[in-house]
Ligand binder design. Structure first.
Ligand SMILES: [Zn+2]
Length: 429
């Protein structure tokens, strides 16, 4: 690209601060809360209408029959595509349109789309309607600049990322929307900082473990087997044996924040004995708990494999079976995702690196996400490895009260997105 072309493109985007603020605010005012998956249809059409008016071919793809889809809560995705001049690669910008529930602690209305002091406030501004707006404005500016490019650009708004993405990116990927030859490079504008390219994420292994005991009268616990005591024995071994081992397993993956640059384990929930009871509605009965369950959430590294992750939990449980009388357990695997990490010298990463440095004047940083996002489906289902997250939001603000996005950050990342897309389409280094 000539210096003149790029200057003109960047000047256009510099003038789009108000447009970015307004577009983000408009998106926030469509409360696409998930669960249950509200207002997807309205949000998909808002985005589709805007892109259709700029010459895109727009498709609305409802994941009929997918998990969560119903006439009350249709899982409607939107995919918009615009062709360049002649054959060439396709650069795809994918954003999820769903947001998590606002929760407590807000000092502003989470769905008013308040713009104040250069920021847009509201649920989903950072994660990730601001990133979506940046990609839309980046592509609009590219088209308006008249810089010729071969190939095609796609922008999608997809559902359910916050609940796994099965009616969104996974569903579209199963239908060829995230595979070659249709798409070559995928940029997901998740909130991972305007100066950073997110190459991937750690793996996930979720399992429910149930300890089984034997019921008896609570006044004679020796006649039963307490599942809660069995669970306590398991938790103690995890605490004293597994946690220290996990903390030692550091990864070469550039996971942020630094404390997540290792294996981690979280207990999502624990339930044992009778259902939790409000003492005002009666007294619990005296029983030895015959069931106790935990759901554990293990995040693992590319240096580990899923079979080992599972085996080290099973080993503890088997040892307890040998050590304790009548210790019985059942392990049910709930969900797993392998770690992903795009090659740092792939064309997509190099194009983003080069343009981050050009726009911000500082070298790009490579990071990996502590949690998963839709990249997993692009990799696993679409078999497309040239996929990263790059977007303007600040990761720590995601899912928090008073979530916001800086308009200047959206401007900067829109420039990076536009210039990187042009480099990829035109094959310039
Ligand atoms: Zn997100």
């Amino acid at each position: 690209m000539s210096g003149h072309e790029i200057d003109d493109l960047f000047q256009r985007i510099d003038g789009q601060g108000d447009v970015l603020g307004t577009l983000t605010a408009d998106l926030v005012r469509i409360p696409t809360i998930n669960p249950p998956g509200d207002a997807y249809e309205a949000c998909a059409h808002f985005l589709g209408d805007r892109l259709a008016a700029r010459g895109f071919d727009v498709e609305y793809l409802r994941a009929e029959g997918a998990l969560g889809d119903s006439d009350r809560y249709p899982r409607t995705n939107v995919v918009a595509r615009i062709e360049g001049d002649g054959p060439g690669p396709c650069v795809h910008f994918n954003s999820h349109i769903d947001v998590v529930a606002p929760g407590e602690g807000w000092t502003v209305d989470p769905f008013a789309g308040l713009v104040r002091d250069g920021r847009v406030y509201g649920r989903g501004t950072c994660d990730m309607k601001g990133g979506l707006a940046a990609s839309v404005v980046a592509v609009e500016a590219m088209l308006e600049s008249g810089i010729p490019f071969p190939g095609a650009i796609e922008i999608s708004g997809t559902v359910d990322e916050e609940s796994g993405g099965y009616a969104g990116v996974a569903w579209l990927a199963e239908r060829g929307h995230f595979s070659k030859p249709r798409v070559d490079h995928v940029i997901i504008p998740e909130p991972l900082y305007k100066d950073s390219v997110c190459l991937g994420h750690r793996g996930v292994w979720w399992a429910e473990i149930e300890i089984r005991g034997r019921i008896a009268h609570g006044s004679m616990p020796f006649l039963g087997v307490s599942a809660i005591r069995g669970m306590a024995a398991f938790l103690e071994k995890v605490e004293h044996e597994l946690y220290p081992r996990l903390a030692e397993r550091r990864t070469a993956m550039p996971v942020i924040p630094d404390a997540a640059r290792q294996s981690t384990l979280n207990f999502n929930s624990i339930h044992g004995g009778l259902d939790e009871q409000d003492l005002t509605s009666g007294f619990p009965s005296a029983l030895v708990a015959d069931r106790c369950r935990v759901v554990l959430d293990r995040r693992y590294l590319m240096e580990e494999d899923e079979a080992e992750v599972r085996a080290e939990v099973v080993e503890i449980l088997d040892r307890l079976s040998a050590e304790r009388d009548e210790f019985e357990y059942a392990l049910r695997e709930l969900w797993s995702v392998p770690p992903t990490l795009t090659e740092p010298d792939s064309p997509l990463v190099r194009a983003l690196d080069r343009n981050i440095e050009r726009v911000l004047g500082t070298p790009s940083r490579h990071v990996a996400s502590p949690g998963t996002y839709d990249q997993k489906h692009v990799w696993r289902v679409g078999k497309l490895k040239d996929c990263v997250a790059y977007g303007p939001g600040i990761l720590e603000l995601a899912h928090q009260p008073d979530e916001y996005i800086d308009i200047d950050d959206m401007v900067a990342s829109a420039k990076v997105m536009a210039a990187a897309a042009l480099d990829l389409l035109r094959g310039s280094e």
